[in-house]
Design a protein around this ligand. Structure first.
Ligand SMILES: Cc1cc2nc3c(=O)[nH]c(=O)nc-3n(C[C@H](O)[C@H](O)[C@H](O)COP(=O)(O)OP(=O)(O)OC[C@H]3O[C@@H](n4cnc5c(N)ncnc54)[C@H](O)[C@@H]3O)c2cc1C
Length: 202
């Protein structure tokens, strides 16, 4: 399944919504997806968490668009945000944060429109500045994590201590901008000390 992953959302009465995601760009076809589905409940790491779970409903599949560097972000007066801008993270498929952020940038571009520069140009510039480096970094990492041995090594490194585990999870689920490690704009002494969404909730 690498560099894809599986996740489960708990529901009431001990039921869960079990999902997995894999990048189709790596040539995974429908038959291979079906094979992953058919064997997913027998995978040892999933059995360890869910026990002897039984499927009770039909399964569905949905594409998650993640191609922002190549995407058209506006057409005439129409600005594309969120999934319409294919702004999801190519490593995790998460796109709620990007949808909110691109919506905010589109609104700011409309408010800043002037006779010399239209909203589409302002939005295009700010959206590419906000997302493209993160996107490219994620894509590169995703290619690296396609190799099981490199994934094992990375997981061993992040499991070093409580600090590395905590910050890895925050980084993975985008409490920190994805490319903060390689983007000097984000290097400051508070990089790892911000509360973030996860910390506020918990
Ligand atoms: C299975 C799955 C799991 C995911 N899990 C996560 C996750 O855990 N975390 C995360 O960050 N992201 C996750 N994502 C990605 C995330 O859901 C999307 O990136 C995000 O919802 C995009 O927001 P959006 O507003 O651009 O689009 P959407 O949330 O798709 O909103 C578009 C809305 O427009 C409506 N609509 C469409 N056509 C019309 C029309 N003609 N007229 C009126 N309304 C219309 C749709 O019904 C929809 O409500 C997941 C995606 C999938 C498929």
């Amino acid at each position: 399944m690498l560099p894809g992953y599986a996740w489960s959302f708990p529901l009431a009465d001990g039921r869960v919504n079990l999902e997995f995601g894999v990048p189709r760009s790596m040539g995974v076809n429908g038959k291979q997806l079906a094979a992953i589905w058919n064997g997913i409940l027998q995978r040892p790491p999933i059995r360890e968490v869910l026990g002897n779970a039984e499927p009770e409903d039909s399964r569905t599949a949905w594409p998650i668009p993640a191609r922002l560097p190549r995407a058209q972000l506006a057409k005439g007066p129409v600005l594309f945000v969120g999934d319409a801008a294919t702004a999801t993270d190519p490593m995790t498929g998460e796109g709620i944060g990007q949808a909110l952020e691109s919506g905010r940038l589109a609104a700011q571009a409309i408010a800043a429109e002037s006779p010399t520069e239209n909203a589409a140009r302002i939005y295009e510039r700010s959206a590419r500045a906000a997302f493209q480096l993160d996107h490219r970094f994620s894509k590169t990492l995703s290619n690296v994590l396609a190799k099981p041995i490199l994934t094992e090594m990375a997981l061993r490194a992040v499991d070093a201590n409580a600090w590395s585990r905590r910050n890895f999870v925050r980084w993975m689920f985008e409490d920190y901008p994805r490319a903060s490690l390689i983007n000097p704009k984000h290097w400051n002494k508070d990089l790892f000390n911000k509360s973030g969404a996860w910390a506020i909730q918990n």
